[in-house]
Design a protein around this ligand. Structure first.
Ligand code: G3P
Ligand code: CA
Length: 305
């Protein structure tokens, strides 16, 4: 038996070619699958300008916030994401609204979590905008309805990406489960990112999807500082941080980026501030005026233009 093994093996040229081809195919496959998993995030979410534009509550500088009109305009302007504050009604429906009460942005009164969807749907969510911003007022904004998350997904599908914010999730147990079920129903896993001020809410979502981009929201009422420890804790479950622009600076941005996290400041509406944020090296910007941000990015990209 040993003698037989010691004999020179006669390997044909064709066999060698086939072997090389197999190895090459395996190598290409390995490189492709590795690069795909690395590139899946954040490249999928980056515009070709490399800075993500997030239409905050839609293009809410120009249309009543968190309505289909506002989201439609955000998508039309070319924002990478539309940002949606998700809340749950008394009868367990998910709607888009920022405040916990309907008082500011509709003609009604009451807390979202204590009202049924039918009660919320009866409200006018647009006329307040026409009164407050006559310069951008439009007849069709009057009597605009509060949209459900389902209606938003139905309207835009895979034509945009969604920055979903779980709003006060501790007051609406089960909100994340319903939100995620809807994301799956519309096959939008690759089209959503989730942000929240609640680490518990983000952690919950991380257990269901290891790849979905998660952003820990932070709010500072004084010049922002962040420790290595906090950054490393956030890095355990999230991909980035959203922080209020007015309290951060270049050092803060540097520190977050050094830790490997992304930084998307909110809510930046003046072009001079957008320009600062871009120069500091932020990865994305939340704005009510996506067209202004896209203009800034374009100009900084090509100063001759
Ligand atoms: O997009 C970040 C920002 O939405 C967080 O603040 O209060 O506007 O929801 P807020
Ligand atoms: Ca928000």
């Amino acid at each position: 038996m040993f003698k037989k093994l010691q004999e020179p093996v006669n390997i044909s040229r064709g066999y060698l070619y086939a072997l090389h081809l197999m190895l090459l195919t395996a190598l290409v496959g390995l490189i492709y699958s590795l690069s795909a998993s690395f590139l899946d995030f954040p490249s999928l979410f980056l515009s070709d300008k490399k800075i993500v534009t997030i239409a905050h509550r839609g293009a809410s500088g120009y249309a009543p916030e968190s309505t289909l009109s506002s989201y439609r305009l955000g998508v039309k302007m070319g924002a990478d994401y539309i940002e949606i504050d998700v809340q749950m009604t008394a009868d367990g429906e998910l709607v888009a609204m920022h405040d916990t009460s309907v008082n500011r942005t509709t003609n009604g009164k009451g807390a979202v979590k204590d009202m049924t969807l039918a009660e919320i749907k009866a409200l006018d969510a647009g006329s307040w905008f026409n009164e407050k911003h006559p310069i951008y007022a439009r007849d069709d904004y009057a009597n605009e309805k509060v949209p459900t998350l389902r209606e938003i997904f139905e309207a835009f599908g895979k034509d945009t990406r969604y920055m979903l914010e779980t709003k006060d999730p501790e007051d609406s147990p089960g909100m994340e489960e319903k939100m995620w079920a809807l994301v799956e129903e519309y096959d939008l896993r690759k089209y959503v990112a989730v942000q929240s001020f609640s680490p518990a809410s983000l952690l919950k979502i991380r257990t269901w999807d290891k790849d979905v981009p998660l952003f820990q929201l932070l709010w500072y009422n004084r010049p922002a500082r962040i420790s290595e420890r906090t950054l490393s804790e956030i890095g355990e479950y999230a991909n980035g941080i959203g922080a209020n622009y007015l309290r951060i600076n270049e050092d803060y941005v540097d520190k977050v980026k050094q830790s490997g996290l992304l930084i998307y400041p909110y809510t930046v509406n003046y072009q001079v501030n957008m320009e600062n944020a871009v120069k500091w090296g932020v990865d994305g910007v939340h704005t009510d005026f996506p067209d202004r941000l896209l203009e800034v990015i374009e100009e900084l990209d090509d100063p001759e233009a």
